[in-house]
Ligand binder design. Structure first.
Ligand SMILES: [Mg+2]
Length: 233
């Protein structure tokens, strides 16, 4: 394998795909099943949080603690439910074409950095027809905070591509994506295809804020500018 000169770590929900609430529904179902009562998910802010963080928050709001033996059952029930709810998950407009283009570019090493637990990410990527795009990544099952997850994603990505010095950028859709990247010393391209508009993402410190990933040329330009190394298409 040729060593890539640019490493790109993509968030999934709101950035690469739209789950149409599949994760939320699956989480409610799993919580009810394992904890014996409905969780308080309705007004929880899902954006940019990991799955484990969401489950802990929902339990906390009810004054519950998730016992050690409940935790694997909860995650298993969640992934099982997700297989039923994720049917409508789709790649966001332009994203499949962009990712395939990037994947075929030997300059680029693609990875995922998502709050989804690994098995859940696999379900969503498969539903969106993108199972083969990200050969490596970090997941909500690797760390409950976005920073912890991203640190794992970065280490795995550098190791997988044997590219310790290649500039690395993250791509996400929430202020939490931006904050996690900055906490680890990376720049973040934010896309306004989730809950946040470009002005919000800029205010959150995004290093570039794009309306979507539909304009591949704009994405390549942002990567070139932020990495200080030209990425040609
Ligand atoms: Mg997201």
């Amino acid at each position: 394998m040729e060593r890539p000169t640019h490493l790109l770590i993509f968030d999934l929900d709101g950035t690469v795909l739209d789950g149409h609430g599949a994760g939320h529904q699956a989480m409610e179902r799993a919580f009810r099943q394992v904890m014996g009562q409905p969780g308080e998910f309705d007004h929880l802010d899902f954006a940019g949080r990991t799955d484990p963080a969401m489950l802990h928050l929902a339990a906390e709001r009810l004054g519950l603690t998730i016992a050690e033996d409940q935790w694997p059952r909860l995650l298993n029930a969640f992934v099982t439910a997700l297989r039923e709810t994720a049917g409508a998950t789709r790649a966001l407009p332009g994203v499949a074409a962009l990712l395939r283009h990037l994947a075929s570019n030997p300059q680029v090493g693609l990875a995922v950095g998502t709050g989804n637990v690994e098995a859940g990410a696999a379900v969503k990527l498969q539903a969106a027809g993108l199972s083969d795009v990200f050969p490596v990544g970090g997941y909500g099952s690797d760390g409950e905070s976005r920073e912890a997850m991203l640190a794992v994603a970065v280490a795995r990505t550098r190791n997988f591509y044997q590219a310790n010095d290649a500039p690395l950028l993250t791509v996400g859709d929430t202020p939490r994506d931006v904050a996690a990247a900055h906490a680890l010393g990376f720049r973040c391209i934010a896309v306004a295809t989730g809950r946040y508009g470009q002005p919000n993402l800029e205010a959150a410190g995004a290093d570039a804020a794009l309306p979507s990933l539909e304009d591949a040329a704009a994405f390549y330009r942002a990567v070139s500018r932020l990495s200080g190394r030209d990425l040609s298409d």
